[in-house]
Design a protein around this ligand. Structure first.
Ligand code: NAD
Length: 346
């Protein structure tokens, strides 16, 4: 069988490691590029049938035009979220596949790790004890047991997070645009999430509709001292409003694995450089803000599943013309999709 030429953008060492050992690797001729996909770097995909991209690669109209002019047939996202792809522009020209699930545990467990680190001040204690400072002043936390956690988005990750929270003896309430009757979660309105929760964790995709769902108005509705956890997408939170909420003490702590302007910063080493994003610099300077650089997915299990499913998605789509993991702009309103009987997006 002729090998499939794949141009792999924004490749990191851990990506290469996982893809080089993945099932089906022998069917591919992979060129790894450190650079992100953008109009300027599209040409690297010349001769490739498919491109493989991650969360901050740009797949907008301009990139789609250039890729399809080069003869590329398929964009394979090695992630679940696809807010960086203009899927309406890709329709009929480039197939887009994603990895809808690879380890909801990786992300949900990271969300809990951030929460515990934050409220038990582990990040502060770690630095102190390394300096033989065993003072406990300023390290007082609070019990999770008995607290109310509001989960926005009760899909795969949200539900695992709900189970973890239940294990801690917390009361779990949830909001979802499409509530699942079998989730075992008590559904409330979004307004009730803001009003009742001691902790709010975001596990829904970023869409035009929920961009900045956390803003000055919604922060004002929250309980004083609320802890916000965002492992979903940065754009869900208006960062300036968050900073104001932290300064006014309305927000007690923020645990962020994602940031709305992360595209130019995350996944790169800027130590020793001046970071020009003032909002990010101010957030990092806050003692009650913990930031990880879009790391929630990063477990051995998740990387292995991502590599296996991505390669499978590409072979299946190129062989059969369809894939269960294909997405197009009609997918969010699947009920109205005329192609669903053909199991093809186009
Ligand atoms: P999922 O599709 O299983 O669940 C998403 C849930 O959100 C669904 O139940 C859906 O009905 C709901 N939803 C959709 N629009 C909503 C809205 N406007 N308000 C409230 N709920 C809404 O997805 P998942 O696998 O649980 O992943 C959730 C999100 O986590 C992804 O969209 C992605 O952005 C993010 N993610 C982050 C990382 C990371 O490393 N930080 C890794 C994987 C996924």
């Amino acid at each position: 069988m002729k090998k499939i030429k794949l141009a792999f953008f924004d490749a990191k060492e851990y990506d290469k490691e996982a893809f080089e050992h993945a099932e089906g690797r022998e069917n591919f001729d992979i060129s790894y590029y450190d650079t992100q996909l953008s109009p300027e770097t599209c040409l690297l995909a010349k001769g490739a049938k498919a491109v493989c991209v991650f969360v901050n690669d740009r797949v907008d109209g301009e990139v789609i035009d250039r890729l399809s002019a080069l003869g590329v047939k398929l964009v394979a996202l090695r992630c679940a979220g696809y807010n960086n792809v203009e899927i309406e522009k890709a329709y009929g020209r480039l197939h887009v596949v994603r990895v809808p699930a690879y380890s909801p545990y990786a992300v949900a467990e990271h969300a809990m790790a951030l929460l515990l680190t934050s409220i038990r001040r582990i990040h502060k204690a770690y630095i102190r004890t390394r300096d033989f400072n065993f003072s406990l002043n300023g390290l007082t936390g609070f019990d999770l047991h008995g607290k109310t956690v509001g989960i926005v988005g009760t899909g795969k990750i949200g539900r695992v997070f709900a189970d973890i929270c239940k294990g801690f003896g917390m009361r779990v309430i949830g909001y979802d645009k499409f509530p699942a009757p079998d989730s075992g979660i008590e559904y409330v309105t979004l307004e009730e999430i803001w009003k009742q929760s001691d902790i709010i964790s975001f596990h829904c995709p970023l869409t035009n509709e929920n961009l900045h769902m956390v803003n000055a108005d919604t922060i004002a509705m929250m309980k004083k001292g609320v802890v916000l956890i965002n492992t979903s997408r940065g754009g869900l939170i208006d960062s300036e409003a968050l900073l104001e909420g932290i300064k006014s003490r309305q927000v007690g702590a923020a645990c962020l694995d994602v940031y709305e302007e992360e595209g130019d910063v995350f996944f790169h080493d800027f130590s020793g450089h001046i970071v020009s994003d003032d909002t990010l610099a101010r957030l990092i300077s806050m003692p009650n803000v913990i930031i990880t650089g879009h790391q929630a997915f990063l477990t051995k299990e998740a990387l292995g599943n991502i590599a296996k499913t991505t390669l499978e998605n590409i072979t299946t789509l190129l062989k059969t013309g369809s894939s269960p993991n294909e997405i197009c702009y009609k997918c969010p309103e699947f009920a109205s999709c005329e192609q669903k009987h053909a199991k093809k997006c186009f």
